[in-house]
Design a protein around this ligand. Structure first.
Ligand code: SF4
Ligand code: SF4
Length: 468
């Protein structure tokens, strides 16, 4: 049997880096990262945080630009209101989004986790920075946690957790602003809790949840809970772009010794890439579920490579195939097929959005009913209708028969539609018996708004041949 080299050792696959052999949590104290990737990620994080905080304040036509009110099933995307009646669009949109994620992951691996995921951004760019600021870098944090309780330790811990809870409260408020809008949120904040008990409970619960996640649970959210992380095994292939250690170049690893004629690879086994890892793993063991592609190890290793006068990129964005064959990234048949499906779905989604009408009308002759006799030698048929007003404005519409001398008598609605409302009701079509020459006559009903026809609907009218 061949002896395993350090890079081929697979024992790390039998354990989780943040759980000890005794099953206890191993607390991760990552070294503060610095470098060009960290700077770029900080810039992206600031931009995304501004979008996250600022978007609920954006308005179009006096309504939120974006709203995800799951409780009341009200959704606004880029100023367009969607509701349960837009089920087809929402399904196509959701499938397109899922395919996009799959395609994106197949090509770019977990780039989303490292650069865009709110968990990583809040944890690494907000909460962790507060921790570095108050408790110092990783060695000082370890020393502080090991030390006995002094006034300094009490103060540091108190201030850190006070800021953590305040930030969690802020995050909970931002989340709620996306769900209910800033106006309602402001009302909840400025009135006594007794008047908005459910809102008050929601803010308190979410503040507590975020505080727990960012102060205690931390990287476990990515390594234990996140379903996207769990899916990496099926979404990634050997051509996917990931943060990877170039074992061809780096191995056999070994420390630099003075005046040696170095025969080893470029890895000097300084373990700085492990020190900076927020999930506590050693990237040199290969792709691991716990790696959130945060790029901290790239920066750490690049700094080392510069110091030992070797090219940067011993740890870099590359594919496993690329590292093995020394070739750059290439497009695979899987990527092409995902792209075609995505393109078709996006086209369908765009078509549905482009042809989406402000008002949707459905008219159905009441099932199981024949005609009804009316005074003055007239007959009628009964119809059910529903009209959806998908706009933010109140709208009045009228219904008119276009192809026959007949009138519409509304039974249960005045057709004054409130914003984002589904109006349901019944009406009768009443006409002279002699108007109908057939048992079943096609009827065209026009829907008019401000005298202008906005849609037309075909239905039928049941009569009796004996009338003529
Ligand atoms: S291995 Fe590197 S990229 Fe992956 S989580 Fe650790 S530091 Fe980040
Ligand atoms: S930082 Fe680079 S040189 Fe140092 S142990 Fe990691 S891979 Fe090796």
């Amino acid at each position: 049997m061949e002896k395993e080299t350090a890079s081929e050792t697979t024992s790390y696959k039998d354990s989780v880096s943040t759980i000890s052999k005794e099953g206890k949590r191993v607390w991760v104290y990552p070294k503060k990262p610095k470098g060009r990737f960290t700077s770029a990620r900080t810039a992206v994080a600031i931009l995304l945080l501004l979008i996250l905080v600022g978007t609920p304040f954006l308005k179009t036509n006096n309504h939120p630009f974006m709203l995800f009110n799951l409780l009341e099933r009200k959704f606004i995307f880029f100023g367009l209101a969607f509701g349960p009646y837009d089920f087809a669009i929402l399904v196509v949109g959701f499938i397109s989004f899922a395919i996009f994620i799959i395609l994106f992951t197949a090509i770019f691996g977990r780039i989303f986790c490292g650069w865009i995921c709110p968990q990583t951004i809040f944890m690494e760019m907000v909460f962790r920075k507060v921790e570095y600021w108050i408790e110092g870098n990783f060695r000082q944090q370890i020393a502080l946690d090991k030390a006995g309780w002094t006034v300094e330790k009490y103060l540091k811990k108190f201030f850190k957790h006070a800021i953590f809870f305040s930030l969690s409260f802020l995050v909970a408020n931002i989340l709620l602003a996306w769900v209910i809008g800033v106006v309602e949120l402001f009302e909840i904040i400025t009135t006594p809790p007794s008047q908005h008990f459910s809102g008050f409970i929601a803010i308190t619960l979410f503040s507590g949840l975020f505080y727990f996640i960012f102060s205690r649970f931390r990287e476990q959210a990515c390594t234990v809970v996140c379903p996207y992380g769990r899916l990496q095994g099926v979404l990634l292939d050997k051509n996917s772009l990931v943060v990877a250690y170039d074992n061809v170049r780096g191995e056999p690893r070994g420390k630099i010794k003075k005046n040696e004629d170095r025969k080893n690879g470029d890895c000097i086994d300084c373990k700085l890439c492990v020190d900076v890892c927020p999930t506590g793993i050693d990237i040199r063991n290969g792709i691991q579920l716990e790696c959130v592609n945060c790029t901290a190890c790239i920066d750490a290793c690049d700094e080392v490579m510069v110091k030992v006068k070797k090219p940067r990129g011993l740890i870099r964005y590359d594919s496993l195939q690329g590292i093995k064959d020394r070739i750059r990234f290439k497009i695979t048949p899987r990527i092409i097929s995902y792209s075609v499906v995505l393109l078709l779905l996006v086209s369908l989604f765009s078509y549905l959005i482009a042809t989406r009408e402000d008002i949707e009308v459905n008219i159905l002759r009441t099932p199981g009913m024949l005609y009804q006799d009316q005074p003055d030698n007239k007959i009628s048929n009964l119809y059910n209708f529903n009209i959806v007003n998908k706009t933010f404005n109140s709208i009045s519409v009228t219904l008119k028969i276009k192809n026959l001398d007949a009138e519409i008598k509304l039974l249960s609605s005045d057709l004054n539609l409130n914003p984002i409302q589904v109006e349901e009701g019944k009406f009768m079509i009443v006409a002279d018996k002699k108007v109908f020459s057939k048992l079943n006559t096609a009827i065209f009903i026009g829907v008019f708004r401000n005298g202008k026809e906005i849609s037309s609907f075909k239905t039928s009218f049941l009569s009796n041949m004996k009338f003529n």
